[in-house]
Write a protein that binds this ligand. Sequence first.
Ligand SMILES: Cc1ncc(COP(=O)(O)O)c(C=O)c1O
Length: 403
Amino acid sequence: MAPHTIGSTRSGRHFLQIPGPTNVPDRVLRALARPTIDHRGPEFAKLAREIADDLGPVFSTKGPVIVFPSSGTGAWEAALANTLRPGDKVLMFETGQFASLWKSMAERFGLAVDFVPGDWRRGVDPAVVASKLADDRGRAIRAVAVVHNETSTGVTSRIPLVRKAIDDAGHDALFLVDTISSLGSIDYRHDEWGVDVTVACSQKGLMLPPGLGFNAVSEKARAAGKKGGMPRYYWDWEEMLKHNANGFFPYTPSTNLLYGLHEALAMIREEGLPSVFARHARHAEATRRAVRAWGLEILCAVPEEYSNVLTTVMMPGGRGADAFRKVVLERFDMSLGTGLGKVADKVFRIGHLGDFNDLTLAGTLAGVEMGLAAAGVRHAPGGTLRAMEYLAEGRSTGSIHGR
Ligand SMILES: Cc1ncc(COP(=O)(O)O)c(C=O)c1O
């Protein structure tokens, strides 16, 4: 017999409370397990068409949404390769680790990036967008690229305000937005907000395993691609759309992930997007109440930019987050998000997105609170109780971004 250990990691489900990949619902797991079919046959074409019908509403677009067998990074690459040429000027913002990685990719492709520095505690400042574009009298800036929800910091940039800044400057730059950790969790409207390319992927709000990347594309973005862009084959939108018109793909698609996507989209449709957004807002508010009651600080410094999908917590004393996360994993079988890049070991991240309800949150916060005690982290007890009181009230408050 195995020796008895304190805390059981041998039974019950693992708590995957990183901000993606998220917990995959049983319904989706069952769909993924169906036998793979001929991706050039009629059954597949029907599946692909039904997915196309359900995907548009999640992006809030009537235009095409391209599905790549890829991670989110691939979908970033597709967005740049289809719209921009080496030497083109791009405006980007240092909101955190993912914005920094997207910028590195852009530089690797020979784009001239104007990277507005940031402190990783706030989102894109619309006033800076406005002044950068107003100063660009020669219209050299070809694209403004923004991460909607910075998964490394728990800060959500206000896309409608960025759009307004672009419009107020009368600038014709393309607007590229990374919604990798916001799509299907935080209100987002590709058409209404005049976004040209929305980048997304499967493993966060869509409740799927990793492996699908998405580009929702405007007419303007497609026109830019038809005129130029970079050499591309795998990522080419037009080749993909030509085949998609008949329900097919130019190469072998991720058939089983598409089964899962079909099921996940049905779940989102059944719950209704407004309810999905309100649920995430409520869980985020409950989490923040817990964190404040523990006497800990939230990394996001601007309340209007609090993320509804994750909360990033600063470690008292400024370090030790990884040792704390290790205790939580070993004692309570729960994964919390690690601090990335500049905030490595300084913060931990609580993911509260995807297939997630009041009791998942109560369990998650209880795991954090027990972990704080077990790891000897300075805090005031009772945060979980504050969150539970808020959840028991059943109120739907918290901000729903974009409203
Ligand atoms: C906001 C954001 N952008 C881009 C990425 C990169 O996506 P992937 O790791 O699937 O390539 C991530 C991954 O977590 C992300 O959170």
